[in-house]
Design a protein around this ligand. Structure first.
Ligand SMILES: Nc1ncnc2c1ncn2[C@@H]1O[C@H](COP(=O)(O)OP(=O)(O)OP(=O)(O)O)[C@@H](O)[C@H]1O
Length: 268
């Protein structure tokens, strides 16, 4: 018999934690506005498999960001249930990170110090400082660790915001129009970067976007919402393998279909 102590095997590399399964079950939500209820979500149900990339598309103000906030655990639904891997969502958790349209970096902190925030808040920075460098490298900003936010372009600032999320090794990444304020060329570049991050890390991704092309380039499924209160109008599978070519005729067909669902004329 060979003793393990006599023939030590190299420790296997730790497997990346897989993406979380998300269940949204008959969720409705209303805000109180000037003393009257404002219904925002109406009986929304869907599931995202671990590692799925799902885009949420719908008219402005229909309730998409509200849904992301519920998944992040920042608010509680008026009715229905949300769960990850079968466990009810009751509060924020570092495994579920929300990235906003506005990078909201602290101007007095360097890029590195901004990215460190999550680890610092959880008392993990000393032990896991390596993750800060890894996250910066993932978004291509290794050379800017000691820069300040005022020294960055809009795209770079949004990359820092992504790195600040990635440093927590999220298993469910919630993207609320993260590229909405960027010029169209930077936006296209960063769509490719987000796709690569997702393909490498295999977190589950939920992306709110107004941009039909962005949804079709990135997501495996596009859930289309009605006007507020948001109900699911359609759940469309993007049956085009990655890497996707933006000129793919099937994507053009799906674009036409999605614009139709949104009540928009797709004549070009
Ligand atoms: N804290 C709040 N109190 C009251 N009403 C709110 C609150 N947050 C959002 N709302 C309202 O809920 C509705 C949905 O807002 P939400 O931000 O979820 O929409 P959205 O689909 O993400 O919009 P957009 O695409 O324009 O960002 C809006 O009418 C908004 O005014």
């Amino acid at each position: 018999m060979v003793s393990a102590a006599l023939s030590p095997l190299p420790a296997p590399a730790p497997a990346a934690a897989p993406g979380l399964r998300l269940d949204v079950d008959q969720v409705s939500h209303a805000f109180q506005l000037e003393g009257a209820p404002l219904p925002v979500l109406d009986d929304v149900s869907f599931a995202a498999e671990p590692g799925a990339f799902v885009a949420l598309l719908g008219p402005s103000g229909c309730g998409k960001s509200t849904l992301l906030r519920l998944v992040a655990g920042l608010d509680h639904p008026s009715a229905g249930h949300l769960a990850v891997n079968g466990a009810p969502i009751s509060a924020p958790d570092p495994s579920r990170i929300l990235v906003f349209q506005d990078p909201t970096l602290y101007p007095w902190r360097t890029v590195e110090a901004n990215v460190s925030l999550g680890l610092e808040a959880r008392g993990l920075l000393k032990a896991q400082r390596r993750r800060v460098g890894d996250a910066l490298s993932l978004v291509g900003l290794s050379g800017f660790a000691s820069a300040y936010p005022r020294q960055l372009s809009g795209g770079m600032a949004q990359r820092v915001a992504l790195a600040r999320a990635l440093v927590n090794e999220p298993r469910l990444l919630l993207l609320d129009e993260p590229l909405g304020k960027l010029d169209s060329l930077t936006r296209i570049t960063m769509q490719g970067e987000i796709l690569k991050l997702w393909q490498d890390a295999r977190f589950t991704a939920l992306l709110v976007t107004h941009d039909v092309e962005e949804a079709l380039f990135l997501a495996e499924r596009v859930i289309v919402f009605s006007e507020r209160p948001a109900r699911i109008k359609a759940d469309v599978t993007v049956d085009v393998p990655y890497p996707r070519h933006r000129g793919d005729p099937r994507l053009a067909e799906l674009r036409h279909h999605l614009l139709g669902l949104l009540g928009l004329d797709a004549t070009w």
